[in-house]
Ligand binder design. Structure first.
Ligand code: NAD
Length: 353
């Protein structure tokens, strides 16, 4: 199957096709290639339209739209975050997204993005750690062993060289599942009974919990010199994971400050507290880690450009894999202005049938 030549047909990547695509490419190759596309797009950061995502909050969670454009392509993602969903058998985070041609405004891709979000979040985290963690980092603690956790582990293996994992979740069955899913994937895995135990000896600490409150997943005494913190779970107003004192001791790197100040760990700090933009490190405009003893913090919230990169990467794989279906999404009358006439012709056909 080739990519559709009919401009009115939109390729659609379903959950099933996304899984097949990841398995066909190989998940670690997928994460590594996706990380390279994210880095490419971060290097040309200044070309993009940027805005904090548009969030609709409720007591239970949030629904967000994440748009961006580089002037040639336009992308957006619809994503939710509902920590209580897992109790009802639903995902905390689900998503889908669109990539469009800026020239004519027509969508060029509609894709599931629940799996893709886990992949892009993990790839983004690993890119940040590649630039910020100590060069010889081998051990990572993962606190919060839910849907995102295995993806984080595999991205850090493929991109940073992590070979030892220390897992902790308040729900031991989550840790058990994560350890089971990652068995045989090249990690030495220790399941821990507290977050304190999990962080012992860790070069990198990933916090990826889901709870809609100002939580203290890490307290100040748990973070020693030289550690890199990959704080993923605090991504919404009123939803944080780190004690404020950790922030005050860390060199803080963020995606897009106007969004992270609303949603990230730094919502706990003054609005003008100095933070550094990760794209500048990736583009070589500023240094990353300053010393072996610096505590570096990637205050991840997830930014639209990462989703744009992910959609761009998936689209680049369609032709060679054929893993999509053609979607009849756009009306296509014989004469563009005869939209109503198209309806009449359909009516006539239905009468004949
Ligand atoms: P999930 O619900 O599948 O898993 C979360 C896990 O955290 C659960 O297993 C839960 O038991 C555990 N947990 C909750 N409180 C804890 C605590 N105090 N200590 C240890 N473990 C605890 O959710 P998920 O899909 O894995 O997402 C995790 C978080 O990451 C969510 O908050 C989500 O919003 C966020 N997220 C961020 C980004 C980003 O780009 N920064 C992207 C995707 C998801």
């Amino acid at each position: 199957m080739t990519a559709p030549s009919n401009l009115n047909i939109v390729p659609f990547v379903s959950v099933d096709h996304m899984m097949r695509l990841v398995l066909k490419v190989g998940i670690e190759t997928f994460l590594t290639e996706l990380a390279a596309v994210i880095e490419d797009d971060f290097r040309r950061w200044e070309q993009f339209d940027k805005t904090p995502r548009i969030a609709s909050h409720s007591k239970e969670g949030v629904i967000e739209l994440m748009p961006t454009s580089d002037g040639t392509l336009y992308g957006f993602k619809y994503v939710n975050g509902h920590p209580k969903n897992t109790k009802e058998g639903r995902q905390t985070v689900t998503a889908f997204g669109v990539l469009s041609d800026v020239g004519n405004g027509y969508p060029m891709l509609l894709s599931e993005m629940t799996i893709l979000t886990a992949l892009r979040t993990a790839a983004m985290s690993a890119v940040a750690a590649k630039h910020l963690a100590r060069a010889n980092a081998k051990t990572m603690a993962i606190i919060g062993n839910g849907a995102q956790s295995e993806f984080q582990a595999l991205a850090f293996k493929a991109i940073v060289g992590i070979s030892e994992l220390r897992l902790y979740d308040i729900d031991p069955s989550a840790t058990e599942r994560c350890a089971r899913n990652l068995a045989g994937k090249g990690f030495a895995i220790k399941s821990c009974s507290s977050s304190q135990e999990a962080v012992e000896g860790a070069d990198i600490i990933t916090t990826v919990t889901a709870d809609k409150q100002y939580a203290t997943i890490l307290s100040d005494n748990m973070v020693g010199p030289g550690v890199h913190i990959n704080a993923v779970g605090g991504d919404c107003p009123g939803k944080t994971e780190l004690h404020k004192d950790i922030l005050l001791r860390s060199d803080i790197f963020v995606e897009y400050p106007p969004q992270t100040r609303i949603e990230g760990e730094i919502q706990q700090l003054d609005a003008d507290y100095p933070v550094k933009e990760l794209w500048e490190v990736i583009a070589g405009k500023r240094g990353g880690r300053q010393s072996e003893r610096t505590i570096t913090l990637f205050d991840s919230v997830g930014f639209a450009i990462e989703d744009f990169s992910a959609l761009r990467y998936v689209r680049s794989k369609l032709q060679e894999t054929g893993l999509y279906i053609d979607l009849d999404l756009l009306a296509d009358p014989d004469e563009p202005r005869d939209l109503y006439g198209m309806l009449l012709r359909c009516e006539a056909k239905l009468r004949e049938a």
